[in-house]
Design a protein around this ligand. Structure first.
Ligand code: NAP
Length: 160
């Protein structure tokens, strides 16, 4: 299964000035728990933001450049052929979510109840996906947030 995992503000914003403009330690733990042991896919700008590979996960960077210490790729099909039987997490950013969206089976979303005046956004997806889970509200580091899981409607799958 190909899973996008993302944290968004109340306008679906994911970043401002090439940074995530919030810090929610409990959500970072959630991200770590969900992705641990699975391959993760990121775009070049997200790689620049995280700088070093996230431990315990195969880190793939979607780029035309070479990056010492990271695996790189520039064709989605190459990755799909390699990991067809495993869960793969697409971890951003905006451009990478957009490119992968036709292949995404599930979206794990942290929804933060505030407008952070972002300049990068998660792509629109509601029509192709249905809400399969919604958590109660959480609070950490002065932010209110909840989790949503969106699952691709069967008839809308690009890989069926
Ligand atoms: N809120 C969240 O959950 C979250 C999650 C992740 C990231 N972010 C934030 O999002 C921001 C980055 O988003 P972004 O949209 O600027 O960048 P991005 O998706 O991380 O990276 C875009 C880059 O990836 C490469 N790329 C994309 N499509 C490609 C393709 N088809 N083939 C080969 N390479 C391709 C290109 O790099 P080159 O062509 O230059 O090689 C492109 O410039 C950062 O600020 C990050 O912190 C937020």
């Amino acid at each position: 299964m190909i899973i996008a995992i993302v944290a968004v503000d109340n306008k679906m914003g994911i970043a401002r000035n090439n940074k995530i403009p919030w810090y929610i330690p409990k959500d970072l733990k959630y991200f770590r728990k969900k992705t641990m042991g699975h391959p993760i896919i990121m775009g070049y700008n997200t790689y620049l933001a995280i700088k070093k590979p996230l431990p315990g996960r195969k880190n793939w960077v979607y780029t035309t450049k070479k990056i010492p210490g990271f695996s790189v790729f520039n064709s989605i099909e190459d990755i799909l052929d390699k990991y067809i039987y495993k869960d793969i997490f697409v971890i951003g950013g905006a451009k990478t979510y957009e490119q992968w969206m036709p292949y995404i089976d599930k979206i794990i979303l942290t929804s933060i109840n505030k407008d952070f005046d972002c300049d990068k956004f998660f792509p629109m997806f509601n029509k192709e996906f249905e809400l399969s889970y919604k958590s109660h509200q959480y609070s950490d580091n002065e932010q209110q947030y909840h989790y949503e899981h969106w699952t691709r409607r069967q008839s809308a799958s690009a890989t069926n």
